[in-house]
Write a protein that binds this ligand. Sequence first.
Ligand SMILES: Cc1ncc(COP(=O)(O)O)c(C=O)c1O
Length: 397
Amino acid sequence: MHREDFPMLKKDIIYFDNGATTLKPQCVIDSVVEYMTNHTSNIHRGDYDAAVITNKLYDNVRNIVSSFVNCDSREVIYTSGATQSLNMVVFGYMKKHLKKGDEVLLNKAEHASNILPWIILSKQIGIVIKYVPLDNNYELTLENIKRCVTFKTKVISLAQITNVIGDVRDVYNIGKFCHENNILFNVDGAQSVPHMRVDFKNCYMDFLSFSGHKMCGPTGVGILVGRYELLEDMDPLCYGGGMNSYFEENGDYELKSIPTRFEAGTTPIAQVIGLGEAIKYLMKIGMDNIHEHEMKLKQYLLDKVKDIPNIIVYNTSSNSGIFAFNIDGVFAQDTSIYLNSYNIYVRAGNHCAKELKDEINIKNTVRVSMYFYNNYNDVDRLVDALRNSKDIFKIVL
Ligand SMILES: Cc1ncc(COP(=O)(O)O)c(C=O)c1O
């Protein structure tokens, strides 16, 4: 779908690394160029025409985000990406509200950005991290979560879609369970918000983090959505211009209201404007259409690789466009270099989910991650290349 919108697809490449970052449509590129060409200015500082236009464009992106993920626009904070958003939750909010012995439930399929900050916090203040076991398909179930909950459980933090197994977590029921049991629900939406309809309010989320560059937007911008009452009690991690009302020699100061309080310094203005354009573009295509298309492609790929011997697939049942595999006996990176010789771009490695090896017993996998602009021809070319892979070492070495 919509391949003609993407300049990169005019080259003869098959782009299957959308979990890492997505291609950019012309309308997003144009919006950034338009800002830089015609009204470059800082935000919330100037009184001249260009600054007024920029303020409008920039501020309006909060409304676009709020209708996209169903939250209040005052709950939308611009960040540099999902990683910064997740760090703000852990060190800006949780550090202030958790205490020694409080338990946080994670699982081993999570990305580094939703584990490492918690490990650091556990060393700083003595919270206890507990890992919810995955089921036989390496997926996370509410039943397993419930088995790990104790009266000390204060937070459940998880990716709505994980970046290697690609299972879609039941955030509605997990969120409802958290809500009913007074547990904070922190959702990493880096892999879900770009690919499916996400509903912050109705899924009882307390925090939701995602990145612009994984959803057709520019790099360097992301979003943290937080429930307003919680944001009121969250500390900024960064102080400086733009976020204060005043400060004095005697140390008196006052911070601006939410969300500006969390956006110190000059923010990624061009990128925010580009992200707004990307969201409008995705909404026009329709998030349900995107998810449905990816599921059809994934099923097509699964059916096709069934009769290729030596392909080990790790996530046959997961409900997203992520396909994690290895060629038996071949190092993942060799497979990825081999596929590059066919102009097929995939990612190999541990994908920043470094604890997943404890569950799937292998460190490195090859990841095919699809988006709406992939098509059946892309899958056919991948499958052909995999069928020919008996020559893999001739090409790689
Ligand atoms: C599940 C998940 N969470 C968080 C991140 C971090 O995103 P970023 O690098 O854009 O901050 C990623 C990136 O791959 C991811 O896949």
